[in-house]
Design a protein around this ligand. Structure first.
Ligand code: PRT
Length: 106
């Protein structure tokens, strides 16, 4: 499934040189970092409301909006989904170590 994130990240890179009139993402880049962060904030709030309402379809829809705008924010910072996935993988390794460390010595 991370293929979807990689393909989207590549598209977001291409949009850095696209015409803002022809693309939502190019328009967002043209507006700048504050506009991108505003969208991340709005989508986070909409995701929270959807989760409170408990409607599964709406939770998925709003989370997709939040992930998408977070990917735009990462691309603006010269980063991508693989950077975040690497960090999660690193934590996965860490939690394994913590688990082992907390096991009683036999
Ligand atoms: N995944 C998305 C995606 N998710 C959400 N959105 C847009 O994000 C916006 C969500 O904002 P809102 O829900 O607040 O709706 P809105 O009121 O229309 O938005 P604003 O005008 O307030 O910004 C909508 O305009 C959606 O169209 C997306 N726009 C683009 N993509 C992907 O990005 C690719 C490149 O898009 P373009 O740059 O438009 O070609 C597309 O092929 C898609 O794969």
């Amino acid at each position: 499934m991370s293929d979807v994130l990689d393909r989207l990240a590549e598209l977001l890179e291409q949009r850095k040189s696209a015409d803002p009139q022809s693309s939502y993402v190019a328009k967002l880049y043209a507006k700048g970092l504050d506009a991108i962060l505003k969208k991340v904030g709005e989508e986070a709030a909409e995701t929270i409301i959807a989760a409170k309402d408990g409607d599964a379809d709406q939770i998925i829809y709003e989370t997709a909006d939040l992930w998408f705008h977070s990917l735009v924010m990462l691309a603006h910072a010269g980063l991508g989904p693989q950077d975040v996935l690497k960090e999660l993988a690193r934590r996965e390794g860490l939690s394994g170590l913590e688990e082992k460390a907390s096991r009683p010595v036999e």
